[in-house]
Design a protein around this ligand. Structure first.
Ligand code: FAD
Length: 420
């Protein structure tokens, strides 16, 4: 019998906050969240949430608040620096028709604020500045100890503490460590005033021999734009010999030199976009640099009273725009399984893994495949890629294939419809 009355949640990112809300409202479980950072995180950048994730946010009662803060766009215009427009890609209209929800690009800080507002409304306790140092399970409960000497005990422990999860490292599976994907990028959010309208109403993606640059609105009026330049980047070596120092040095170089890097690739093209991109770089005040890590597939996700959700279990490359939605799918499935009081906890966790594993693997592989499109290519290779894209999207639009939903099947997946 699972009969869970209290859950400790480690990590106040999307997975942890969504888990706290859903278990509170759907299972009547008392949840307490513990977060490492000293206050609600306001990490930069803007993330994309597709139909499958938006539908779950709707069920959490948060879709309206998110839609009011983000930018809903269903199209990406693909550009070649040398040969102009390559075609318009519909990324979510078909899925929107099926689910009622399209694609939303929203600043991370806005997503977190919406989640925290709901958490506060439900009076769910969140404790900041808490570093977990040990986990002890007994046949009847689980106790966590924090670095300040405090402890808490509950029926279950849920590790939602991201790719570098301490719950995973200390307790569930220390053998699984993050690995570098070979792709890194710079990103920023800039005001759109003075830039062409096409920047504010659709995504714009530029293919180059050295990666992909995309720029798209991330606020409801399009007054804010999010850009990223994502490309193949070798693991840096530092003089100190420590990998971490190498990344720190590289981060500094990228942040100092992002304008030159982008303008070197785009400025020389002389195309119509070269001016616009120069303006976009000129109004960039602050850039973030992010090497993309992921977890190898196949690690353990649970013990007898502890389970991992979201990035703590299966961090993937962000190139399918699905990390947050995967975390929400985890949350909704766990909540459904815990409703059945007849099941033992072990059966709940085992079934959770059995159902999630194939879905996560599919999306993980899709993200890795999309990531490969950022790898370096010769001018001839780029020409081929652009030609193929132009031909494929031309045909796609001419034949009205968007009504077939090609490439969007994974966006209509409904975790609540899966047989448990
Ligand atoms: C550059 C980039 C772009 C991305 N773009 C997208 C996108 O467009 N769409 C999308 O869906 N996803 C995207 N993702 C992935 C997405 O950010 C993650 O999948 C998502 O945030 C996972 O949520 P989470 O709550 O599992 O983990 P996290 O968001 O990492 O949250 C974990 C939380 O746990 C806290 N924590 C960590 N360690 C501890 C500890 N020991 N004790 C207590 N708390 C701890 C952290 O401070 C954090 O608050 C992107 C990721 C990157 C890096």
């Amino acid at each position: 019998m699972s009969n869970v009355q209290k859950a400790i949640i480690i990590g106040a990112g999307p997975a942890g906050l969504a888990a706290a809300l859903q278990l509170h409202r759907n299972n009547n479980i008392a949840t307490t969240v513990y977060e490492l950072r000293p206050e609600p995180t306001t990490l930069g950048g803007a993330i994309g949430i597709f139909s499958n994730g938006m539908r779950l946010f709707h069920r959490l009662g948060l879709a309206e608040a998110l839609l009011a803060r983000g930018s809903s766009i269903n199209h990406m215009q693909l550009h070649s620096l040398q040969s102009g427009d390559l075609g318009k890609v519909d990324i979510s209209s078909w899925a929107q028709q099926k689910t009622g929800f399209g694609y939303l690009r929203i600043c991370r800080k806005d997503l977190q604020e919406v989640l925290f507002d709901a958490i506060n409304e439900q009076q769910i306790p969140v404790h900041f500045n808490k570093r977990i140092v040990s986990v002890n399970e007994s046949p009847k409960d689980v106790t966590v100890t924090f670095s300040d000497g405090s402890t808490d005990t509950a029926d279950i422990l849920i590790g939602c503490d991201g790719i570098h999860s301490s719950v995973r490292r200390l307790h569930v599976d220390p053998s699984i460590v993050p690995e570098y994907s070979g792709i890194a990028g710079t990103q920023s959010i800039i005001p759109s005033a003075g830039l062409p309208d096409a920047m504010k109403t659709q995504g714009n993606v530029f293919m180059t021999s050295n990666g992909i640059l995309a720029i798209m609105p991330c606020s409801p009026t399009g007054d804010e734009l999010y850009w990223f330049f994502s490309r193949e980047t070798a693991i840096p070596h530092s003089e100190s010999g420590h990998a971490r120092d190498g990344w720190e040095e590289r981060r500094q170089q990228e942040v100092d030199g992002y304008k030159d890097t982008v303008l070197k690739v785009f400025g020389s093209s002389g195309g119509e976009w070269s001016d616009t991109l120069t303006k976009a770089m000129d109004r960039t005040d602050f850039v973030g640099f992010y090497p993309i890590f992921r977890l190898p597939l196949g690690g353990k996700w649970f013990t007898s009273r502890t389970v991992l959700l979201g990035d703590a279990a299966h961090a993937m490359q962000p190139h399918a725009g699905q990390g947050t939605s995967m975390a929400l799918e985890d949350v909704f499935l766990l909540s459904r399984l815990l409703r059945d009081q007849e099941w033992s906890l072990e059966s709940v966790f085992a079934r959770y893994e059995e159902i999630r594993r194939p879905r996560v693997t599919e999306i993980y592989n899709l993200a890795a495949k999309n990531g490969n499109k950022r790898k370096n290519t010769s001018p001839w290779g780029l020409w081929m890629k652009e030609y193929m894209a132009w031909a494929a999207y031309g045909l796609y639009n001419k034949l009205g294939l968007e009504s077939w939903g090609i490439g969007q099947n994974h966006l209509v997946y409904d975790i609540d419809e899966v047989t448990i």
